[in-house]
Design a protein around this ligand. Structure first.
Ligand code: MN
Length: 252
């Protein structure tokens, strides 16, 4: 098995190295990550500027490809021929910070995995639910176990797994729960400031997001110290709405 390993925190992020080291126990890996942090960049396809690709070495000496593009660009470039060895799976992470509920639509970590699903291979996104945590060892072992399970069982086309590991000591982990996407609640605030030339500028600020703690969701699982594994699909169709919208009597 040959796994393409990427992330959205950038090629120097410690979670990428931890993930790659764990995955190397179950597969061959190729690292291909963005040269800078692309957190919350969404699903990007860079089309209006060139993409640079270079080589770097991680802290343990492992060679990695890096690009000026986004996480999803890394995956696209790899499948378009920048990586010669056929790719069987994409694993993205380990992200520093949760990707729960609607976060998946903002997440560079998850959209890199989505790009893998679009390319036709199984994909896994892995996040540790703290921006400050530095011990990725448990999350990395979870990722390796899941990669092996996906290799053995497969995933249907156009699907992926979104995994969130609570940032608590391993002995406090309650178990692993297969979940559905929950509802995030964002507390974003508009921050207005004035630049040195007197012109206003803005930040989207505010406290960390919360969420609806409904049982069975990713948010509930992580709040109760379970590793959350959410199967996602690229088909975003609201199937139950098709009949209703047809009933509007729209004409050309
Ligand atoms: Mn990130």
């Amino acid at each position: 098995m040959h796994i393409l390993v990427t992330n959205d925190d950038g090629v120097d992020a410690p979670g990428l190295l931890a993930l790659d080291q764990a995955l190397r126990t179950v597969a061959d890996t190729t690292l291909f990550a963005p040269s800078r942090n692309w957190s919350a960049s969404g699903h990007v396809k860079t089309m209006h500027k060139p993409l640079r690709v270079g080589e770097t070495r991680l802290a343990d000496g492992t060679v990695a490809l890096m690009t000026s593009g986004a996480p999803s660009d890394c995956v696209a470039l790899a499948f378009l021929g920048m990586v010669e060895q056929p790719i069987d799976m994409v694993v993205s992470g380990i992200n520093q910070g949760a990707n729960l509920g609607h976060d998946v639509t903002y997440s560079g970590t998850v959209t890199a995995a989505m790009e893998g699903a679009i390319a036709g291979v199984p994909a896994i996104a892995v996040s540790l639910t703290s921006r400050e945590a530095t011990d990725f060892s448990f999350a990395a072992r979870v990722a390796a176990q899941l990669a092996q399970a996906v290799a053995e069982n497969g995933l249907p086309p156009q699907t992926l797994l979104n995994v969130d590991v609570p940032a608590v000591p391993e002995e406090e982990i309650a178990g692993l729960m297969v979940t559905r996407m929950g509802l995030r609640i964002y507390y974003d605030e508009l921050i207005r400031r004035v630049d040195p030339r007197g012109r206003p500028y803005y930040w989207i600020g505010g406290p960390e997001p919360g969420g609806v703690l409904e049982e069975g969701t990713d948010l509930w699982a992580v709040a109760h110290n379970y590793v959350s594994v959410t199967p996602l699909q690229l088909d975003l169709t609201a199937h139950e709405l098709i009949a209703q919208v047809k009933g509007w009597g729209l004409r050309k």
